[in-house]
Design a protein around this ligand. Structure first.
Ligand code: HEM
Length: 470
């Protein structure tokens, strides 16, 4: 039995003795180290994770304990729980990832930082990801999308959407954010990167045959390549390259009060790794599931097509989309929001308590993980009536949705800083797809599994017909 586990059991016993009225939440911590991790991971891969978690909520109520990815964990859910987690200042709980995420992405990535460090690094990233900067890059993004469709869609009869969307969103991140152009180096980063993300939600056992071990090795390789890329960017800057060229040159050029680079090299590398994961895995899932919705629902497809055709007709042939065109894609974005409600790419997340927290008559001990899950409010029929019905009209009046209930991008000071970038790439991609292609699903199976991101069965193969040459 591990010392960790003996410690946890002792805490449980002592807490019960010392605080008869403030007990640990109900539930079991399960087998040492493994706890309920395998149960959750199996449920994720079998497309029953939402049910697995909802069953716990029914059994134990608003708060329960378990053990996930090697740590004692308290699962809380609902609007009040989300508010507590998303708005707590750094004194009560810190942002916290599982041991595997921390070891793979690095301990200086935004997800691991708190307080002043978090604000400093977030501000630096946000300076590039804010709408004012991004509006200058719509054209560059559009070129990547057109090139992708020319290479992988045009002239084909059948394509598999998810892997293609992963390639597309990764290419957008590489060229727009990292200034890493197509070629052997980019291909080799992609290869290691795929291995790296395979073990991000795994039990952190570093033995030669584990997923975690393969991920760690791939992560070391990606970091080595990024280090090399950063030194090249430094030389480019010394030779007069613009600091606005890409995110890396932008980060290298931000100086602190002492006139030194504001971010350390480790911070730049770990945050590039984070953005590679956060920025491509999520948007690719959103676009893929939108493609599925558009194939399944002719009315939604017709409404999206009308909106996009009007925008296309309003422009001289061949002219690229402008920032103002994106603002007109209101219905298409509502379809995206409803897709994110029903299939949120991020299943949930973790925090770590920095002090004992009283919640719902129970105590969440200092040092434990808090686990929140997106679907708990997204599929609550008190918040979204008929939650299994796909209805973009829910978002016609966003003010009607109670705060901290629609959380695909989370909320509070750590709300996803990539929201605008995700919105632009989704809208531009859907614009090109509906105006240039028609498609139908090759299999009528509407299931998906989580790995940990949602993966539609077989990656969503579709038959396509080109309407117009790109
Ligand atoms: C549909 C697309 C996206 C979704 C649904 C999404 C969702 C999320 C969620 C739920 C979080 C919070 C995770 C947590 O607290 O544990 C997050 C954080 C983050 N996301 Fe996104 N994201 C998307 C796209 C992007 C893109 C395109 C980028 C980058 C270019 C990005 C960069 C980040 C970063 C850096 C964080 C950490 C923020 C912090 O801790 O302060 N995301 N995202």
């Amino acid at each position: 039995m591990s010392l960790d586990f003996v410690g946890i059991v002792l805490v449980d016993v002592i807490m019960r003795r010392l605080r008869p009225l403030k007990r640990l939440p109900p539930g079991s911590l399960g087998i040492p180290v493994i706890g309920q991790s395998l149960g959750l991971l199996w449920a994720m891969r079998a497309n029953t994770a939402e049910k697995w978690i909802a069953d716990r909520a029914t059994k134990y109520g608003p708060i329960s304990k378990m053990s996930l990815f090697g740590k004692p964990t308290v699962f809380i859910h609902g609007q009040a729980a989300n508010k507590l987690v998303f708005t707590s200042d750094g004194s009560k709980m810190s942002n916290h990832q599982t041991e595997s995420v921390k070891r793979i992405l690095g301990d200086r990535c935004l997800l691991e930082l708190s307080g002043q460090d978090h604000m400093r690094v977030r501000k630096a990233l946000a300076s590039f990801l804010k709408p004012d900067s991004l509006k200058n890059y719509v054209g560059k993004m559009e070129e990547e999308i057109r090139l992708h469709l020319l290479m992988h869609w045009q002239g084909k009869q059948k394509v598999t959407v998810l892997p293609l969307m992963k390639t597309l969103t990764f290419n957008i991140i590489c060229s727009l954010l990292f200034g890493l152009e197509r070629g052997a180096r980019r291909d080799s980063i992609v290869q290691y990167f795929q291995q790296m993300i395979g073990g991000m939600w795994s039990v952190p056992v570093n033995l030669p045959f584990t997923r975690f071990n393969r991920s760690l090795k791939a992560s070391a390789e990606v970091q080595r390549m990024l280090k090399q890329l950063i030194s090249e960017k430094r030389i480019e800057l010394e030779n007069g390259a613009s600091s606005h060229q890409d995110l890396i040159t932008c980060l290298l050029s931000i100086l602190g009060e002492d006139n030194q680079e504001l971010m350390s090299e480790d911070e730049i590398i770990h945050n590039i790794m984070l953005i590679m994961v956060a920025g491509h895995d999520t948007s690719s899932v959103l676009i893929t599931f939108m493609v599925r919705i558009l194939a399944n629902d002719p009315n939604i497809h017709a409404a999206v097509l009308t909106e996009q055709d009007e925008i296309k007709k309003s422009k001289p042939s061949g002219e690229l989309l402008a920032w103002e065109d994106l603002a007109k894609m209101k219905y298409t974005w509502r379809v995206a929001m409803e897709t994110l409600r029903t299939v949120p790419p991020v299943f949930g997340g973790f925090r770590k308590t920095l002090e004992d927290i009283d919640y719902e008559g129970y105590i969440i001990p200092r040092g434990w993980q808090i686990f929140w899950v997106t679907s708990m409010t997204h599929l609550d029929d008190n918040i979204f009536p008929e939650p299994s019905k796909f209805d973009p009209a829910r978002f016609e009046n966003p003010a009607s949705i109670p705060p901290y209930c629609y959380i695909p991008f989370r909320g509070g000071p750590r709300i996803c800083p990539g929201y605008e970038l995700a919105k632009i790439e989704t809208l531009v991609t859907i614009h090109y797809l509906v105006t240039h292609f028609t498609w139908q699903l090759c299999c009528n199976d509407n299931g998906y599994r989580r790995d940990p991101m949602p993966v539609p069965n077989q990656g969503l193969p579709i038959q396509i017909v080109s309407k117009e040459v790109l």
